[in-house]
Design a protein around this ligand. Structure first.
Ligand SMILES: [Zn+2]
Ligand SMILES: [Zn+2]
Length: 273
């Protein structure tokens, strides 16, 4: 009797311990995970992550409201890029920053789930633009203080996986962040610009001279960080700078209804004109 009781207690403790170190439920929907290939997410949720396929700005990938925006002018650029051309030549932003991808990136970045690096990089590779042709990949750097707190640079883990796929080297220490800045997500556009001014530096410009650079980051919000990195690199004498981010924050009004319909399992409703 005592033996059975001890056995049950032991199994209970083991289950608790296992639950603690290995979450067994999908972060997005709560369903139990079994043989799902992506850590922390069930295959059904992961399959709902789709690239944004709609007309976008030919420079910064900003989605256009009108589906006809690029029908007759495929190189059409958004108003912002026309008024203030960015320092990067082209930015590709592959997926909308919406659940479950948003949960995956937050878990990866803020909750130390670094095993998500590979599936997230695989997503990037699955939607990679064919025209990418660069000499060096550079992840957007973190300031040493933030790196110490987070323990890893999420952009470097993504860049490392991309490097294998593109057969292109990663430069992880040349572009550095020299100013500790406030988190960009809490600031207005003007404050973001102010916050990042002179935040980056190139340690060995001679190593990047005339090189075509691919900057890699996880999320594109306003593009201010990428633009500041591109500006710093160009001033240091690099060739054209391109940018690639896994996700982009989007106005949900611009996201096709199918995203939400699929998630909610509801029929689409259309608005008559
Ligand atoms: Zn799920
Ligand atoms: Zn644009």
């Amino acid at each position: 009797m005592l033996r059975e009781y001890t056995q049950d207690r032991l199994i209970g403790w083991c289950r608790q311990a296992l639950r603690f170190v290995l979450p067994i439920e999908c972060i997005a929907c709560g369903h139990s995970l079994s043989t799902d290939p992506v850590p922390f997410f069930c295959a059904t949720c992961w399959q709902t992550i789709r690239p944004l396929q709609q007309p976008v700005c030919a420079r910064c990938d900003q989605p256009f409201v009108s589906p006809e925006a690029t029908t007759y002018t495929p190189d059409h650029q958004c108003q912002h890029c026309q008024e203030r051309p960015p320092d990067f030549q082209r930015a590709w932003t592959l997926f909308p920053y919406l659940p479950p991808l948003r949960e995956a990136i937050c878990s990866f970045k803020y909750r130390g789930k670094h095993t998500l690096a590979r599936p997230l990089a695989c997503l990037m590779i699955s939607a990679l633009p064919s025209e990418i042709d660069v000499d060096v990949i550079i992840p957007v750097p973190l300031h040493p203080t933030r790196l110490r707190a987070r323990e890893f640079n999420q952009s470097l883990l993504l860049a490392d996986q991309l490097s294998h796929h593109l057969a292109c080297p990663v430069s992880a220490t040349n572009l550095v962040r020299i100013a500790a800045t406030d988190p960009q997500t809490t600031l207005t556009r003007q404050a973001r610009l102010q916050n990042l001014r002179k935040a980056f530096a190139v340690r060995k410009p001679q190593d990047l001279m005339e090189k075509r650079i691919l900057l890699v980051d996880d999320v594109f919000t306003t593009g201010t960080t990428l633009n500041e990195c591109a500006k710093t690199l160009r001033k240091a004498g690099t060739g054209p700078v391109f940018a690639l981010t896994l996700a982009r924050t989007v106005d949900t009004a611009l996201v096709p209804d199918r995203f939400f319909a699929e998630r909610a399992g509801e029929r689409l409703t259309t608005i008559g004109i």
